[in-house]
Design a protein around this ligand. Structure first.
Ligand SMILES: [Zn+2]
Length: 268
């Protein structure tokens, strides 16, 4: 766990996404939970030294952010759409994800999909100890993304609307995503905690604006040239735009998924 500010810690090694915690004088708020059961348990035990977990916030509906919920106590909070996604999740989903991301990792008898206790659609604010937690629905990577702003620590947790590796567009709303990134620029913060990758300052919002625009513009150009979906899937590898992109099977699969989603949304 890395200490970011006086009261904020981010775990990125045990967790597939960033799993963060904010320590208040009345207990701990956890933001996203590790996906691999053994790691979620380890992380939950490590957090106990800071105090009791009072709240768990899930910033988005995807398995890498919500699957470890059952190993954490407290009251769980998420966007309406994230709770629906947790309720619709099947054990096969996490088995498949574990196979892909952490082969050999097993489920244990304690595993279950733990749904949220409190949900919201636009914004929600709560207070704990001397801290305030401002939750905003910020559609982009999915319609149900939320950002968590903690002004007392001058920090914002952005979910996968900022992801410092290969972005995923499977459920993305491209126009909304760019609008959200513009909104994120308005927060007066020193630290930005992305869904995946290193904690940064506001420059990582600008970096993500460039990344998302490049993906959108590339597919827009392909559509303007009259390319069919099949041609886009075959020809748009994104290696010209992002020379460092790995050339493995998994990356190729994600790129194909991303351009498919963008083609379908932008063609309309
Ligand atoms: Zn996601």
């Amino acid at each position: 766990m890395k200490k970011i500010t006086t009261n904020v810690y981010v775990e990125s090694e045990l967790s597939v996404c960033n799993s963060s915690c904010v320590v208040t004088k009345d207990g701990v708020v956890v933001i996203d939970t590790p996906m691999v059961p053994a790691n979620a348990k380890k992380h939950a035990a490590a957090i106990l030294k800071f105090g009791q977990v009072r709240y768990v916030i899930n910033t988005e509906p995807h398995g890498d952010h919500i699957s470890g919920n059952c190993y954490f106590g407290g009251t769980h909070i998420a966007h309406d759409g994230t709770r629906d996604a947790i309720l619709a999740s099947k054990v096969e989903d996490i088995k498949g994800m574990l196979q892909m991301i952490s082969p050999g990792a097993a489920l244990d008898n304690d595993f279950r999909y733990r749904p949220s206790d409190i949900t919201f659609s636009h914004r929600l604010t709560f207070y704990l100890g001397d801290h305030s937690f401002h939750l905003f629905n910020m559609p982009g990577h999915s319609p149900h993304q939320i950002a968590v702003y903690v002004p007392e620590e001058r920090i914002i947790f952005t979910s996968d609307n900022i992801s410092r590796g290969l972005p995923f567009f499977r459920q993305a709303l491209p126009a909304e995503w760019l609008k959200t990134l513009k909104e994120l620029q308005k927060f007066d913060v020193d630290y930005v905690v992305p869904g995946h990758g290193d904690v940064g300052d506001k420059s990582c919002i600008t970096e993500m604006q460039k990344t998302v625009s490049t993906w959108i513009n590339t597919v827009k150009e392909a559509i303007a040239k009259g390319m069919t979906l099949k041609e886009v899937q075959q020809k748009v590898t994104m290696h010209k735009q992002f020379p460092d992109l790995p050339r493995d099977e998994r990356t190729t699969g994600v790129v194909s998924m991303n351009v498919t989603r963008l083609y379908e949304v932008l063609k309309k």
